[in-house]
Ligand binder design. Sequence first.
Ligand code: PMP
Length: 261
Amino acid sequence: MDRGFLFGDGVYEVFPIYNNNIFGLDSHLNRLQTGLDAINITNPHSNIEWLKLIKKVISFNKDINQAVYLQVSRGCDEDRKHTHNTLTPTVYIQSTGIQPRTKDSLLSGKSVISREDIRWLQCNTKATSLLANIMYSQEAKELGSEEAILYRDNVVTEGSSSNVFIVKNDCIFTHPKGQHILPGITREVVIKTAKLLNLKIKENAFDMTSLMNADEVWITSSTREILPITTVDNKIINNGLAGPIWSVIYDQYQTLKTLKE
Ligand code: PMP
């Protein structure tokens, strides 16, 4: 009778763990709180309690690099009705070992497909109901692609499970925050890193033509980090090579991962 199972009535987070250290803990816990607030679920734990729970799950796993998946659903009800009573949220946490990809393995980039974004207008909530997203991901996988990049009215929003960046004439662009995209934690780190390195970066929307004619395309997420894209719908970007700005940001990201928070 759990509404997470019955309706996808919940929110989730994915925390990357490097060397047993939780990367971006506060940002992920803040986004969890924002998501719970958005769907009126009372946060069942304080941040200190969350930290203890996450550390406990990490300790059960031998890998030093892991991805912790945490879900809070509205809980179990007596009736299978769309409406609900005040319930006790269900918490589910798991951790999986991850093997970060080496830089060398990324230099030739990955391929993506593009698809029209038909999702709802609350994409900033990290909801567990992911039907559209998983359909896009599955289609990409079946076509041998890494990801599906989505566009709404010809404007690129994000990937089915990632944010999208392009570089044109040494300026980096990514879709602004709002109802059309998930405010990715990796996206935020990339923006901060670019500013620290005095690179030009604009949170401005760009269209499909700009994507196809970009000097560089990347996608970002907590588990994929910053992934160069060199083929979009079979069109080759930057002669099939990861670009120089990606390389600088990627290196800086690897350094940040080693810092204890
Ligand atoms: N957009 C969507 C739709 C996602 O599912 C994800 C990853 N969960 C992201 C963006 C990237 O977010 P983050 O960098 O926080 O992993």
